[in-house]
Design a protein around this ligand. Sequence first.
Ligand SMILES: [Mn+2]
Length: 182
Amino acid sequence: MNGDVVDHWHRDLAGINLEALERLKAESYKRKIVWVRGNHDGKYELEGDSNIKFVNSYNIDKLLFIAHGHNFDKVMPSHKGFIIIFKMLHNLRIKLLGLETVHVAHYAKKFPHLYEVLTRHVRKKAIKYAKQNGYKAVTCGHTHFVEDKTVNGIRYLNTGAWTESPLSSVRVTDDKIELIEI
Ligand SMILES: [Mn+2]
């Protein structure tokens, strides 16, 4: 799981969210589950017993490097003021116009040029990291934008977000790496 599995790490989960978490905990006794921390769940502490392994990044030999992607993101932290205003606009829009509650990233996609700055930036940084560290491929999430691209011989797979369609995951077998739609 490549990060931001839990949004508000300081809040207790309830209902289906708690059920999902319990399911993951149970699943961790049946198969290996690795939770790569993201920016939203960086400090999250799972209560109760589980076999889930928490890491900041994960790799399958030199074949694939897996991270959440916020470490490749230098755009968002350096534009904090802009992002706060953008989020306020987004919240106002929901409150005043009574529009459907969507994740802020979903709203941001209405501004494709702006959004592309972020996706391109994270892709570039991820590929650079993979190249410098001898990985053949790199996968992350964070940008909420699904893509599968090969640049300078390095494959970059972004699994998007589990809160927005298309829902994707990366499947790694002995002979190939695939981005699959769930
Ligand atoms: Mn993120």
